[in-house]
Design a protein around this ligand. Sequence first.
Ligand code: G6P
Length: 615
Amino acid sequence: MCGIVGYIGHRDAQSIILKGLQRLEYRGYDSAGIALFDGKNINITKTKGKVSDLDNKINNLKFRGSQIGIGHTRWATHGIPNDVNSHPHCSNSGEIVLIHNGIIENYAAIKTELINRGYSFKSETDTEVLVNLIEDIQKSGNYMLGKAVQIALNQVVGAYAIAVFDTKKPNEIIVAKLGSPLAIGVGKDEFFIASDASPFIEYTNNAVYLEDEEMAIIRLHKEARYRKIKSDTLFDPYIQKLKLNIEQIEKGGYDHFMLKEIFEQPKAIVDTYRGRLSVNQGLIKMAGVEDYIEKFLSAEKITVVACGTSWHAGLVGEYIFETLARIPVEVEYASEFRYRDPIITKKDIVIAISQSGETADTLAAIKLAKKHGAFVFGICNVVGSSISRETDAGAYTHAGPEIGVASTKAFTTQITLLTIIALRLAKAKGTISQTNYKKYLVELENIPSKIEKVLEANPGVEKIAKIYKDASNFLYLGRGFNFPVALEGALKLKEISYIHAEGYPAAEMKHGPIALIDENMPIVVIATKYGHYEKIVSNIQEIKSRKGKVICIVTEGDTQVKEIADHVIEVPLSSELLSPLLTTIPMQLLSYYIAVLLDKNVDQPRNLAKSVTVE
Ligand code: G6P
């Protein structure tokens, strides 16, 4: 769960790598390092902390002008975040330099063997073991670096995306991939290496995404050579044309990526349904679903596997699918699903939801589902990601890059996509009336403008944030379709403000959380018009009788809740089914403003990472 960047070419490697690492900090940001080589001298700088700390450290040392280099931003797995454990790591001779994203599971056995052969280790990392294994193989067989890397990778168990070079051969970088992503940007007389394409989009739109067990030998002024690690065969890569542009990965005037992404939601939702929804014709068209419609229609059940916010979107999906298409749905944490013995057969459909498309547990759950013969459908945001390649079919959310670690637009676009699929199936199955079908299509099309209205109420949410920013605990309550939204609201607050928060189905409050309520407890309640409104009003009364502070999300024009709640935030009227797309917005804003007021790092909260590629 780290970010890697490499460069070989005619530009200044240092600035390309540092800028690239900053774009990859969503993958981890507890330490960073860079190795720069000018053909004669190698400079390695590493530091605990963020890429900006590395930048400060390196600028004091001035290594400008190197045209080959590799860099790394880390999310610690083996060994605490400190300077020594940071990448790049060098072999004992100091000649081979390597960066690694992934985990070498059998590193301990290899380390013991290398120690017996006279090697010593400075760090606690599995990566230092790998670089010395490569050196040992290279020396004992007198191999070229590429061959030594290939032999070493055939001995390791685990996951890797690596970039490695040998100071004895200054014009060459070797890269390889298994389990962790690796993209190669192909420019004119230059190559870029990165965990995703964002570090090189301003230089080239030609990218090669390595598949598992593939490697490339990248040489200056020559064609790169691509090779299968196991079978040793050469292959011609598929060069993909990138559509990403630089504006998409910059803050565009917002203070934080998270705020930008919250405000991007109306557009992101339009991008999700564009070309798929024709309200005038009453049509839904999605290639990934059309091609497999029989499978969907004959499915005995749907199991959703996902993690984090995507899991919450899956829960909303359960309500939507069961209501509209009358197909039984189970929603499982991918991390649990992969290690139990789930009852999955070839009559089942598994839907894997993932913003990044790289989450290790979700990938493993997909592999298990496929082993059981299930048809696996992916819902991902990142185009070309591992999950999008591993699934049998799927659809992209097209939300654009999500950089803030706390997920926002991914959530609402996942729900949008799930709604579109459920409507398509409901129509085909005849479980929805023509009137309701049409009603939902129209309503979905109008959701973006309703979100715009919610976003306009932004200053009101900021005021509420000021009042409650110092609370130690929060409760979030919702019912029906909005129960998962309560879970997501609580998760957002925990993630970025570090305030303890719990989401609950409102009626379950009396079975435990009610004991926590006193005058210091803020409780966010979703109390929109449709969906058990009267019941929720009773729950609010119960809270008020215990002096809790109630912040309610209500439908525009509500008077009853306004009377009893301490604060209300209005959202436009909608059906209960689509209301999560609206009610989630004030919760995102509330967490955002509380975190900003508490001076937390909103886009890069402590201990978290955007893309969790370790289990
Ligand atoms: C991490 C992120 C969350 C995300 C979860 C699942 O924990 O911080 O924001 O929801 O992973 O990620 P995915 O990319 O699979 O949706």
